[in-house]
Write a protein that binds this ligand. Structure first.
Ligand code: BG6
Length: 502
């Protein structure tokens, strides 16, 4: 039984129920399976079924044309329990509802509690569940999935871990990071550890620098209230991007089980050099906010004009950080990671820039700035691209850059599970590999906290950039000496330089 707290909220209709629907359609769910939505809205089972499934705009395309019996059978698996006006209340009623559904649908008392609520409610909900022995695994397993943000700082993340550990064991807690559910993020592990051609080069001897870009073309949309208290560093960098960093940085695990992989990820995160010196922080970080602009003839609001945002806000919608990893493999290799809203396009990719050959034979080869690159495209146009030099036909040795590419879309079996689909299935099967462990989350905060403190307590500037461009000019200074950021386009193989002319 999947019990979703915050079931009348947007995430349930937008992501969770569609993911469950796809799992059901793909034949991945056991027959004895039900969803119980829990919330503070006064909804009947039928209201809930309509809201999140039968009349949901997120499922309309999938439902249209689907077999009526299948639709009806799926709708019959959805239930709703109204908690009244507060999540911090007596869960006696909820407990009996769960136990009724258990006996009626033979769910064997195996329960996942998915907390899609504000983080301030995680601990009270865990406590109330424990009061009804709904954390007790003597009859069936009990798992708790919590959404991000997991904490607001190192201190609050630690507090939250301590709070949850009072009622649930770490092995029962699944901290979701939907980036880990992306096939292409998982493919980082396969690229590195299932191929013998990359791993020997994956170190300071051959890698010049690593660049990770996460760009979104959208702004903060309707989430201004939340975002203004968070900012790009907390919203994307502390979790999704540091998860990607940990997969790039980690040492080979001894096997593929959850603990072995997560042990290596924690070690990787702990090896990030924590920046405390003001000058280093000044030289290694850039924050900025988008300002109003016209994109393709449309007026686009500046961040401070967005709904729910303080008109004097200094919250960053762009964050770029340069850092080093203090370990044997990565000594002196700079990492450049940036994330932002209102960029020219939506794209996430990792670029491994290899060093130049140590003896240049082809002096006039035109290889300047054309060293080998491995580009791992997380989204869109998912794939892997290698850039390498080839001889230009004709006299002499003029070298040009060529592409060797692979696209996921070219696979015969190319149904790519959506992140939530994959992660929910893993949680049902008790596989926590793609979930963040307590120490992982804390190690990530340990790195991020000093940057946030510096931004809060110093006169670190908040630069402006027009909505629709690749961030503020100052961000180029961060990567100075290396040319420029690779400003990717929506297509993996296109060369940088993509921009929107307003
Ligand atoms: C969420 C952030 O975690 O990830 C959002 O809160 C962001 O601000 C989203 O837009 C990006 O996810 P994706 O999968 O669209 O890259």
């Amino acid at each position: 039984m999947l019990v979703i707290f915050g079931a009348s909220g947007d995430l349930t209709a937008r992501k969770l129920i569609p993911a469950i629907y796809d799992l059901c359609k793909g034949g991945h769910l056991p027959e004895k399976f039900v969803v119980l939505g829990v919330g503070r809205s006064n909804l009947s089972d039928d209201d809930f079924r309509k809201k999140v499934f039968l009349e949901s705009k997120y499922l309309k395309n999938k439902i249209d044309g689907e077999d009526d019996n299948f639709i009806a059978a799926f709708a019959d698996k959805l239930f709703y329990e109204d908690l009244g006006k507060d999540y911090d209340t007596d869960y006696g009623g909820l407990q009996s509802r769960i136990s009724d559904l258990d006996s009626k649908y033979n769910t064997d008392a195996n329960h996942i509690f998915y907390l899609s609520t504000p983080p301030s409610l995680y601990e009270p909900i865990a406590e109330n569940l424990a009061e009804q022995a709904l954390n007790d695994e003597s009859k069936g397993w009990k798992r708790l999935i919590v959404e991000k943000p997991f904490g607001y700082s190192l201190k609050s993340a630690k507090g939250l871990n301590v709070g949850l550990h009072r009622y649930f064991m770490e092995s029962q807690i699944y901290r979701i990071d939907h980036y880990l559910g992306k096939e292409t993020v998982q493919n980082l592990l396969v690229t590195r550890f299932a191929n013998s051609i990359f791993e020997p080069l994956w170190n300071r001897n051959y890698i010049h620098h690593v660049e990770i870009t996460n760009a979104e073309s959208g702004g903060v949309e309707k989430r201004g209230g939340y975002y203004d208290k968070s900012g790009a560093l907390r919203d994307m960098f502390q979790n999704h991007l540091l998860q990607i960093v940990s997969l790039v940085v980690m040492e080979p695990p001894i096997g593929s089980n959850a603990d072995e992989i997560r042990n290596e990820k924690v070690k990787a995160l702990k090896s990030l050099r924590i920046m405390t010196d003001e000058k280093v922080l000044h030289d290694s970080t850039v924050r900025a906010q988008y300002v109003a602009s016209v994109i393709e003839g449309e007026n686009v609001k500046g961040y401070r004009e967005e709904e729910g945002v303080d008109p004097d806000s200094t919250t960053e919608t762009y964050a770029a950080v340069k850092f080093f990893v203090d370990n044997w493999r990565w000594a002196d290799v700079p990492f450049y990671v940036r994330t932002a809203k209102r960029m020219p396009t939506k794209v996430t990719e990792v670029v491994i820039h290899f060093k130049s050959t140590h003896h240049q034979i082809f002096k006039d080869s035109g290889m300047n700035n054309k060293d080998n690159k491995l580009i791992i495209r997380i989204q869109p146009d998912e794939g892997v691209l290698i850039k390498f030099g080839v001889k230009v036909p004709g006299q002499g040795f003029k070298v040009e850059r060529a592409n060797l590419d692979f696209y996921y879309s070219s696979l015969v079996e190319n149904h790519v599970m959506q992140a939530y689909e994959r992660l929910l299935l893993d949680a049902m099967q008790g596989d926590a590999t793609l979930y963040a462990r307590a120490d992982e989350v804390e190690a990530a905060w340990e790195f991020v906290d000093p940057i946030l403190d510096y931004w809060r307590n110093s006169d670190a500037k908040v630069y402006g950039y027009s909505a629709g461009v690749w961030g503020p000019e100052n961000a180029d200074e961060l990567i100075e000496g290396l040319g420029m950021w690779r400003n990717p386009s929506a297509n993996l193989a296109d060369d940088p330089g993509f921009c929107v002319i307003c």
